[in-house]
Design a protein around this ligand. Sequence first.
Ligand code: KIV
Length: 295
Amino acid sequence: MNKVTIHTLKKQKTAGQKICMVTAYDATFARILDDAGADVLLVGDSLGMVVQGNDSTLPVTMDQMVYHSKAVSRGAKRAHVVGDLPFMSYQNSVEEAVRNAGRLVSEGGVGSVKLEGGAEFSQTIERIVRASIPVMGHLGLTPQSVHKMGGYVVQGRDEQTARRLLEDAVALEAAGCYAVVLEGVPLELAKQITARLSIPTIGIGAGKHCDGQVLVCYDLLGLNPDFKPKFVKRYADLFTGITQAAQSFFTEVRAETFPDTDHSFHSTSIRLVASNPDVETTEPEEKSAVYGVPV
Ligand code: KIV
């Protein structure tokens, strides 16, 4: 099994093989999504919304990103892991940006970092790349700029903003980005940017012409029935699946049909305890090799 690297992704663009990226926030999901064939796992700061329950990504901290990156990196075997630089971890100064990117790599174990923004971050990107940390750009509907955008609105719909986004994409490539996420932009613009760049574009709400696609894993798995944006396709209904599984557990507990004898531990020493009150303990239980829990 060959580990996916930033060079693999470049080759995929050249060969016309679409790049599959998905978010992951913990080791269990990372393992499942990696086994399923993800090329890239993104530890997105969207965790601020889907994991933490905030209404934006803005409260996410560096320490939280390091924590989740560590977990995802442990679960991923083949996929390239990208860690998001959270809000205000790279905007203050180039030095702080390099330090925080370094933390995601050295402490979080990621293979590259992602940051939101255009040409205004060229110098920051150059310096992070010079520190041997690959950078993925992120343009269009950039959630960390929610207040500036006045909401989560599609970007680049008119001639002027579309031209600006194209220029930003060119600037990101020149600064050294190895790929760029295009979020919430018209398909026609994403097509032009993709044709213009030699680095891969990865779209979310940007149409089919990008070199790859990314979705938030909770969205594609259908974990939130209240979130139905146009660009999300649900490939499963795990909200219903999880609800039904939990309800079955509660029903069996209330009916006293769980745990049955198959799911209970047994001891031949118990009779001994009952007949000899001086014996206080039973044999030590065997431990499972995997979780260290009794088997
Ligand atoms: O944080 C995130 O999940 C992202 C993707 C939506 C691209 O940035």
